[in-house]
Every structure is written in C-alpha cells, then in structure tokens.
Design a protein around this ligand. Structure first.
Ligand code: ATP
Length: 528
C-alpha cells in the first residue's frame, strides 16, 4: 500500500463543476477523504453523487475545480489514469462483459499472470478464487455474467475491483440488491480494506448502514457540498435534513404494520384472487401462492433464492410448469395479456428490462398503456398533450428530478430511473402489482413516497407481491412474508410470527419446510 506523503489529506476534491446542458450536476462540490477511512457520500436522487465519482474515475472531465492527491494537484484524464492511481470503482449499473465469467471479467484490462508466453489461467483463477473466498464464497466463478443474478454480479464486480492493490475503492450503492447477511459480509470486507490502509468511498441510501459502517461523511445537494464531518457528530435526522435542505425526517419514517390483526376489512374486500401453483428453480419444487385483494406479500431470500424468477414467471416473461389464475381464470399469455388483465410489473434490472433507452422519459411512462393516451378512442394515434400531462403528474408525485421529460431516461440519475419504472403504473387500475426491489437506489424521501403508493394500490383491492432485499422495507410493507431458497418455499411468516429475526433465521435455513419434504409436482402444463 502506498503511504500518503503527509502533505495533505489522501484525496481532496474542491469546487468541482460538471454541467450537462442546463443541468448543474456538480456545481462546486468538495470532498476530502483520509487514507484508511470509510467515507460516506450521501444525497438525494440526482444530487450529483454518480457524476462526482465518474469525474474521479476519469469518465468525465470537470469543467472547473481541483483534485489533489497526497497534497499534489492531479488531472485524471481517463479511466486508465484512475486505474494507475490505484482507484477502483464499482458503479451503480454494473459493467461486466455478459459472456465472460467472474474470472474472465476480473482480468479485463489488467496485467495477466503469464507462464512464458502463455496466459497462466490457473494463476488467474486462483487469484480470483482467493478474493471470492473472502467476500463471496458462493459466487459461481465459471458462470457467464449474463446468467448471474444482480446480487452475484455485484459481488463479481467487487472481486474484479480487488484483484490488484487499491488505494481507493469507490462503491456506488453496493448493498442495494444484497440481503441482510450478504450486506454484512460486504461490510466486513469494507472494514478490512480500511484497516489495510485503503480509503473507501461508500455511496448508499441506506442511512442506517452509513451510520454504522462509515467514519466520516459528505452530503451533496444540487451538485454542492452542504455538509461534511465525522459520523460520530451526526445522526440520521441530521443527514436527512442536510440532504433535503432542512425538511424533517417525517417523510422517511415508514410506519410499521400492526400485525396483531389483519388489515381492516381485508377479508371483505372485493377483488380478484391471484393464485399460482408452480414448479420452478433448480429444486423444481412445488410452489403455491394465493394473494388476496388488499394484501401485500413480501418475498425474501438470499441472492439466488428465486424471488426474481418467480416474479418473472408470474408476469409471463419466463416459462414454468403449473398454472397461474386471476379470479379463477387461467392466465395463458405473456406480459401484454397480463397488462390487459390488470397485472403490473416493476423489474429489478431497470436498465435491461425497465425502460427503452431510445424513447423519451414521457414515452416510457406511457408505454404500457398507449391506448389510454389516444386523441380519439377509435384511432390508434397517441396525443402528445395527454402523454405530457400524465408524465408531468407522475413526475410531481414521485419527485422525479429530470431536466426535460422529452429526453432519454439515460439522462436520469439511477434513483430517478427507478421512479420512472415504478411511475408508469401510477393512476392505473391494477389488480396485481408484481414488484422487484421497488426502491433500489431511491432516496429516503422518494422511498416513503413509493411505499405510500404501494399501500394505496393494495388499499384499492389489488394484491401486491414484492421481492426486496431491504429487510426494513419488507417488514414495513408486508402482511405476509414468503421466504425462498433456490425456488423452494421454506417459510411463511405472518401476524405475530413476522419478525426481523424470524425472517433472517429462515433465509439462512433455520426454519422447517412448511410443506414437508415430499411434495407432489403440479400439473405438467406449460405456461406460455
Ligand atoms: N449523461 C447525462 N446527461 C444529462 N444529464 C445528466 C447525465 N448524467 C446525470 N445527469 C443529471 O445530473 C444530475 C445528477 O445526477 P447523478 O447521477 O450524479 O445523481 P446521483 O446523486 O448519483 O443520483 P442517484 O442517487 O439517483 O444515483 C441529475 O439531475 C441527472 O439527471
């Protein structure tokens, strides 16, 4: 590890500027990080965090300001320069080569170990395996990235970042798709890196995690630094107040459900019963589900548990054996048919499945219900005015930060992209909402907003089925929680049995199978 020269902090950014047209993504941002520290960078969606780290990684050139390393001014004129300085980045949207496995990905752009003129594949794999053993012992090293779950891809990126010695590791929401235990494992790795002298810049919307893990913080708002200091000198409410510009924490507090009784009047609510009787996942075990109108069902499990696959099957985008019905009617079509029947889906991988990058933000919001925006009902031509009106309404409700709604979603920050993917279903009649990581990358204020929308959708007699790795979110929203392991239902928790410790214990396999070991297969019928 290179020692700091002692002439200044390890890294100091001051007055950084980066504009995109009229958007001042960075407008004089400052940041100071000491060697061997874990420093939090927090701010609302669109505050400029990703832009700041892209500047640090050489992807963007600042339009003003300075970067000092060990007290000396430096310029980072590209990703190679950042790499040579020992800076490693784990971006929010991961950047693995889809058809390379974890080993192949880890060595891209690195000096490969050689045996004479040949690549030393064994040494390459050994090095990757050593790192993976420390942070992600279950990561399949030989599986192409495209077949890894988002959580596994996250781990593969971290392994890649650590393959060579690092002076600074920047992690942009590394735990946003990891479950409780996996996040704890990552925290241990972060602490160990810091003990070894590496500085870690940690971006997270999970403020409890920030308070527990980090030693110091910087808060960005509208591209400017509005607060910085030791974590010991601030609390959650203080961070939220800085992030939001003085507003109190009330919007960020989600009331916990009183589960001593079912939600009032639920059993009498009219609406469609949504049910599934399936076999899927490696275990090909039977999985049955009945979602009542007005009910929020939480799906929980470790990475690879099958919760996202289950939602895709329910959405009709993946094939499984069995039957899915709504109001007693069998669902046979794909997503288009599901939409017609009042089923909505918010995917986990927003970039690949959530929106079309070539369409504008407003067209993406209108996409699932184009018929609603016709100027004349009988003519299949959409009214631009109606689309704009809808998009502006959704934008206001979810506090979407976008310079212009007629631009590509690629101009949005990560959290705002998530609001877009969720927002297209607002104001619709929904019978079943299938939602995968609804608030991944979303700031505390917007998170409370999305939670309120989900409760409202349920209160209007829809069934909500939500997969989340955020245990606070799971407990705050769910009436019932189903815990999965490799496609198998291993516990069902509800009422007073639904507690944090019961969920975690079940996810780690300390609960008896509710359905017993011998389960018959459901009907041998394909769902198209
Ligand atoms: N390539 C781009 N073109 C135009 N505008 C952009 C671009 N990238 C970012 N922006 C804008 O710059 C602002 C800051 O975005 P940035 O991604 O840095 O925010 P962030 O703090 O990382 O947010 P999040 O928490 O949602 O990830 C936002 O208003 C965003 O819309």
């Amino acid at each position: 590890m290179t020692e700091a020269s002692g002439t200044g902090p390890f890294l100091a950014l001051s007055g950084l500027i980066r504009h995109f047209g009229a958007t001042k993504a960075l407008d004089g941002a400052d940041l100071v990080i000491e060697a061997g520290s874990v420093h939090a960078l927090v701010g609302e969606n669109g505050a400029g965090k990703s832009t700041l780290i892209k500047t640090l990684s050489g992807l963007y050139q600042p339009g003003g300001g300075s970067i000092r390393l060990d007290g000396a001014d430096i310029a980072i004129d590209g990703p190679k320069a950042a790499e040579a300085l020992g800076f490693r980045f784990i971006h929010q949207e991961l950047n693995l080569v889809p058809h390379f496995d974890a080993v192949g990905n880890a060595w891209i752009g690195r000096r490969h170990p050689r045996r004479g003129p040949f690549l030393d594949h064994r040494a390459m794999r050994r090095r990757v395996a050593e790192i993976a053993a420390r942070i992600a012992p279950d990561l399949p090293l030989d599986r192409p990235a495209i077949r890894l779950t988002p959580g596994q891809r996250q781990m593969a990126e971290i392994v890649r970042a650590l393959i060579e010695p690092a002076r600074l590791v920047v992690m942009d929401e590394p735990t946003s798709s990891l479950s409780e235990g996996e996040a704890e494992r990552l925290h241990k790795v972060v602490r160990r890196l810091a003990e070894e002298g590496t500085a870690v810049l940690f971006i997270s919307h999970r403020l409890d995690e920030v308070l527990e893990l980090c030693g110091s913080y910087t808060v960005l708002r509208n591209g400017r630094t509005v607060g910085a200091g030791p974590i010991a000198g601030i609390d959650r409410a203080g961070l939220v107040a800085l992030m939001s510009g003085g507003a109190s924490d009330h919007a960020a507090v989600d009331p916990m459900r009183d589960r001593s009784a079912p939600p009032a009047g639920r059993s009498e609510r009219p609406g469609a019963l949504f049910s599934a009787d399936l076999a899927f996942g490696p275990a090909n075990a039977r999985f049955t589900l009945e979602a009542r109108p007005g009910e929020i069902i939480g799906l929980y499990g470790l990475v690879g548990s099958g919760r996202s696959s289950l939602l895709k099957i329910l959405w009709g985008a993946s094939v499984a054996r069995g039957t899915i019905t709504i109001a007693g009617r069998k669902l046979v079509g794909g997503p288009a048919d599901r939409i017609r029947k009042g089923i909505a889906y918010v995917p986990e991988d927003r970039r690949r499945e959530g929106f079309a990058a070539t369409l504008s933000i407003e067209d993406n919001l209108a996409l699932a219900h184009l018929a609603d925006f016709r100027a004349v009902a009988a003519v299949p031509i959409s009214s631009r005015g109606k689309i704009r009106q809808f998009a502006a309404g959704v934008g206001a409700r979810l506090r979407l930060v976008a310079a212009r709604l007629d631009r590509s979603p690629m101009t949005l920050s990560g959290g705002n992209q998530q609001k877009l993917v969720f927002g297209r279903w607002l104001g619709r009649t929904i019978r079943v909402l299938l939602v995968d990581e609804p608030t991944r990358g979303v700031d505390v204020g917007a998170k409370a907003e999305i939670h309120a929308e989900m409760r409202r959708i349920a209160a209007e007699s829809a069934s909500v089925i939500m997969a989340t790795s955020d245990i606070e979110e799971l407990l705050a929203l769910s009436d019932r929680v189903l815990v999965l392991q490799t496609g198998r239902l291993i516990a069902e928790l509800g009422g007073t049995t639904l507690t944090r410790s019961a969920v975690v214990a079940a996810a780690f396999g300390h609960a008896p199978s509710p359905s017993g070991p011998a389960v018959p297969r459901p009907s041998e019928e394909f769902i198209a």
